[in-house]
Design a binder for this molecule. Sequence first.
Ligand code: ZN
Length: 263
Amino acid sequence: MNPEVRRRIILGFAVLAAFVFLALVAFHPWIALGILLISHLLILYPTLVANCQWWGRVVTHFETPRREVWLTIDDGPHPLHTPRMLEILREFEARATFFVIATRAEKYPAELAAIRAAGHEIANHTATHPSAIFWCLPPRRIAEEIDGRKIPSRYFRTPAGLKNFFVHPALRRRGMDLIGWTVRGLDTVSKDADAVAARIQSRTKPGAILLLHEGHHLQSDPGFHPRCLELTLRDLTTKGYRCVLPEPEQLRPRAVEKQKDGY
Ligand SMILES: [Zn+2]
């Protein structure tokens, strides 16, 4: 179903449910409450569940006939982690996309420049990373988080994959894609780098989008994120995977057929 049609059906149902609730609540209160609950769930599910496609397309993999993955690193740059992460990426000849928070990019311009100079890609992970409230931001604030402090990129990733009714129209107007993931290491909550790497390895397949972070665990374990990256890249290398930056066409479904034909 066309995502725009689906968005309007969900919203239309919510409006209708409110009227039905008011009409029924005096005579059939449980049925009225049930309809209201369903309409709320239909809105909350695509808003809070990362990678849910009900509000619009979320890119969760790319098309490739080869053993390639797209490594993405969120929440940087950070002077404690970025230089070491870049060393590790160079050591494994891996390329990555850094989804940076614009306020951090402003604060650490040298690290941002180093990412670019090393041939990696920089993408937009909001201006201020308002992870607790992003899901309920109005259109004006969503626009500020996308445009706020100019990270020129066609790719946008929301905090923790949260999104709402206004995110996709805002991205569509700007010609941008919402990028999710195939597997995340859960490295912001885990304290075990081996477990993070093992989790990623268990779900890696050609065309997978992998999600790691930097800039967390700064006091408790400053070497944690670089260690997660190193272990992950070691596993990927052993299994014959290369970390590449996919072309925008590879994010479209069916691009793989064209690539195969070209061989
Ligand atoms: Zn983040």
